[in-house]
Design a protein around this ligand. Structure first.
Ligand code: ISE
Length: 322
């Protein structure tokens, strides 16, 4: 993701340039910096801060390293776009919130890029308009072609369903109240240590019921789609689209094979709006409080992998994030 963002900022985003790549592996740092003219490389964020080499930070390390870079970035008073998750658990996310609240205003935007996807935005508008009546259910699918061996059972929730834990409350205008996980028959093509697919069931505070099929070994492609069920209608987003062809007795429509293309528009809009917001001294997207709420839902989701319906209790939002 880091290298991807360097290319994006260098070639497609206006109003920002990559001035420093912070990466402990010198080979990877050099390769990423080579795509951005004039970018310097540093092994540690602290070194880049000492060299006064940046005025905003995009964090794309694995989630377990986020706190270690967010804290010095906040101490330096820099605006941050932090890839999801904010931090891997509610405790570390809370520490980040505490550090941020020493500043005059929120400085962290969290990279839940689905909120910038035009189809998700259209669905949210339809739900809010009430034109199809009240929303009753959301039926979500989240399918990856394959995952590396390093992908753990907990990552099904913390790395993948984490997106639904953000975008579902944003769509439905209501928080997650409980999480349950059901296991269908295992996919024999899953890595040996994974038990998946899983069916995640969320109950929202407003009574909307949500199911998410999370399936990370489907082989054929990358699909993220949602069907919204209303009193008087249905809406669907994320279906395969593009050039339809009829050839050799077959009808076909292209589908994605990676989140990088499925959400290309969303990633670009997210980074451009963050850059524009930094220019105005603000953020423009999900904040650290959203990241914290998602961390609470993920914690419940990980517990639910072992069975039962696990409640999610969200404390009152600090006025700082109003
Ligand atoms: C990955 O880290 C992402 O963020 C993708 O959006 C998600 O679909 C995938 O499951 C994750 O592993």
């Amino acid at each position: 993701m880091g290298a991807d963002h360097v290319t994006r900022i260098t070639h497609r985003i206006s109003g920002a340039a990559v001035t420093a790549v912070v990466e402990p592996d010198p080979g990877r740092a050099g390769a990423a910096a080579a795509t951005a003219t004039g970018a310097r490389t540093f092994a540690r964020l602290e070194d880049a801060l000492d060299a006064d080499a940046l005025d905003a930070v995009l964090v794309a390390t694995p989630g377990r390293y986020h706190e270690a870079v967010l804290l010095p970035a906040l101490e330096a008073g820099l605006p941050v776009l932090c890839e999801k998750p904010l931090a891997p658990d509610p405790e570390s996310s809370w520490r980040v919130l505490q550090a941020e609240q020493k500043l005059d205003r929120p400085h962290i935007q969290v990279g839940f890029m689905r909120r910038f996807d035009p189809e998700y935005q259209a669905l949210r508008e339809l739900i809010a308009s009430g034109d199809a009546g009240e929303l009753t259910m959301l039926r979500c699918v989240h399918r990856n072609p394959a995952v590396p061996d390093s992908f753990t059972q907990q990552m099904l929730v913390n790395d993948s369903v984490v997106h639904e834990f953000d975008v579902v409350p944003w769509l439905a205008g209501s928080d997650v109240r409980s999480v349950e996980v059901k296991y269908p028959r295992r996919n024999r093509l899953s890595p040996a240590h994974l038990r998946e697919p899983i069916l995640v069931i969320m109950e929202l505070a407003n009574g909307v019921l949500v199911d998410v099929e999370l399936n990370v070994s489907v082989q054929f492609g990358y699909q993220v789609a949602t069907e919204a069920v209303f009193d008087s209608g249905l809406a669907r987003i994320g279906q395969p689209s593009g050039l339809q062809t009829w050839r050799d007795g077959r009808f076909s429509v292209p589908d994605h094979t990676s989140f990088k293309t499925r959400f290309a528009t969303a990633f670009e809009a997210q980074v451009q709006r963050w850059v524009d917001a930094v220019g105005r001294g603000t953020i423009d997207g999900p904040n650290a409080w959203d990241g914290y709420r998602v961390a609470l839902a993920c914690e419940a989701g990980v517990k639910a992998l072992d069975g039962g319906v696990v409640p999610v209790e969200i404390p009152e939002r600090p006025a700082f994030y109003a």
